[in-house]
Write a protein that binds this ligand. Structure first.
Ligand SMILES: Cc1cc2nc3c(=O)[nH]c(=O)nc-3n(C[C@H](O)[C@H](O)[C@H](O)COP(=O)(O)OP(=O)(O)OC[C@H]3O[C@@H](n4cnc5c(N)ncnc54)[C@H](O)[C@@H]3O)c2cc1C
Length: 457
């Protein structure tokens, strides 16, 4: 039998996860990375990077790092410089760096007559054309700006967070930040030290989680058995109220949804600055008129810069949308990884979740590697897996939370429900046990519990 060969697109945390997991299973691959090296968006020099000088982890180090390669940092929330060094070390330690072609951008994937994929890429030595049995897409989810349109025209400067690198870009300017997501709040906190004035326009209310609760990184608390959604929402809402107070007091609208139904904002410095009068919350934008921005509450303001902190949109520009089963805002994939047609494409990193970290992404990679290995060594298991995906209800990945019906939430998962489902699916591919899918998800608690305790499966 000829050796199967796969391609990995992207050498960010997800692509590195895929590379490591395939390497462990003895699956052959070539990696393609458009930028100069590994680390994805954590390399601020990567032209597609969307981190800025002040960017730090939002999830804490121990909940984020790869389990088999703990960070040497002692910081709870390391900054991007430490993180890029970490990914370089990780890739070097496991001999992954040499398995990628850098400065080589994949430009198209087309099906071949024999069921494989023809990959085209542009690199430093010209075009590359290579056939693969399958392709792992790990090209990131936070690179393509989502820029809303508003009535009228703004004659000042319009920036998106993707073009924001350092606060000095805003020195002396009257700045309006649109959106109070994690990047918007980070940038507002930067801007107050440099800009002439900072306003923030918001459409809805937010929940603000402190980085520390009871003296510990907040996401390290309650790490054992997850509480049911309603109980967690009840308890954590009260904890937040006790620690951060009511954001409405600082000018934010009352959230019209419960805690964790949208991505929480891990930033309370923004509230400190609001309390100090360093910035102001404004209503949703109604229209632009020259340098004037009119808001929906009838007020207006004059600005030099409108900074759109309005997030990103999924983008897989090198492959036809139907191959990824795009449905509305995002591809509809089994466990956010497998197109239901099992066409040899596998998507990594298309998960947005609170606290899933790189270990969560690595577990996705283990699942892909287990499937590819099963194709070679246990085709019966791979076939059974495909049959279950076709015949059984897909696992519920929400954890019981009712996520907001927004584009950025369309591929959101609950980290516990997701990791449990992924581990269970991996187990069906790595053992001969016949899995059955319970109503709320594919679940084999014994293994999940053993893994949670750190006991090797
Ligand atoms: C400010 C900020 C803070 C964040 N904080 C956290 C946090 O605290 N915890 C957390 O878990 N996550 C955080 N994230 C999310 C972050 O996206 C992930 O940590 C992680 O970088 C995702 O890895 P990835 O490999 O999927 O994507 P990326 O890191 O985006 O890597 C994708 C790679 O693919 C390459 N690529 C793209 N297209 C092509 C192509 N056509 N051909 C070849 N190569 C290509 C890109 O150059 C890039 O190197 C944060 C993100 C930002 C912007």
């Amino acid at each position: 039998m000829t050796e199967q060969r796969y391609a990995i697109i992207g050498a960010g945390p997800s692509g590195l996860s895929a590379a490591r997991a395939l390497q462990k299973q003895g699956v052959s691959f070539d990696g393609y990375e458009a930028s100069r090296g590994v680390g994805g968006l954590w390399d601020i020099q990567n032209p597609r990077s969307t981190v800025y000088e002040s960017a730090h982890l939002i999830s804490s180090r121990t909940t984020t790092e790869f389990r088999e390669f703990p960070m040497r940092s002692t910081a709870d929330y390391p900054g991007h410089r430490e993180l890029i060094a970490y990914f370089r070390e990780f890739a070097d330690r496991f001999g992954l760096t040499g398995l990628f072609r850098f400065e080589t951008r994949v430009t198209s994937l087309a099906r071949t007559d024999d069921g494989g994929w023809m990959l085209h890429a542009e690199g430093p030595h010209g075009s590359v054309e290579q056939r693969y049995d399958g392709v792992i897409l790990a090209n990131g989810t936070l690179a393509e700006p989502n820029v809303p349109t508003f009535r009228g025209e703004f004659t000042g400067e319009v920036l998106h967070t993707s073009a924001y690198k350092t606060a000095t870009q805003l020195t002396g300017k009257r700045v309006l930040i649109v959106g109070a997501g994690n990047s918007g709040c980070d940038i507002a906190v930067d801007a107050v030290h440099h800009a002439a004035s900072v306003d923030m326009s918001v459409r809805r209310g937010y929940y603000f989680v402190p980085r520390y609760l009871f003296g510990k990184p907040s996401d390290t608390l309650n790490q054992g058995r997850p509480l049911p959604a309603r109980i967690k929402q009840f308890v954590d809402t009260r904890v937040l109220r006790a620690f951060t107070g009511d954001p409405v007091r600082f000018g934010f609208p009352q959230p019209d949804y419960r805690l964790y139904e949208s991505h929480p904002i891990v930033n309370t410095l923004i509230l400190n600055h609001l309390g100090q009068g360093d910035l102001r919350i404004r209503a949703d934008i109604d229209r632009f008129d020259g340098r004037t921005v009119h808001f929906r509450d009838g007020s207006s303001g004059e600005y030099d810069v409108v900074l759109m902190a309005t997030g990103y949109t999924l983008d897989y520009p090198f492959v036809a949308r139907e191959e990824l089963n795009w449905t509305g805002w995002s591809p509809k994939l089994y466990l956010n990884v497998f197109p239901p047609a099992f066409n040899g494409l596998f998507v990594m990193g298309m998960i947005e979740a609170s606290g899933i970290g790189w270990q969560g992404r690595y577990e996705q990679a283990e699942l892909v590697a287990a499937y590819l290995s099963a194709l070679d060594h246990h085709p019966d298991r791979a076939a059974a897996f495909r049959a279950r995906v076709a015949a059984e209800p897909w696992p519920d990945l929400t954890g019981g939370y009712r996520y907001l019906g927004l584009e950025r939430m369309s591929y959101y998962v609950n980290k516990d429900a997701y990791r449990r489902a992924v581990r269970a699916a991996t187990e069906t591919l790595t053992t001969d046990a016949v899995a059955t899918t319970p109503r709320r998800g594919i679940r084999r608690p014994s293994l999940a519990r053993r893994r949670a305790k750190g006991v090797a499966a």
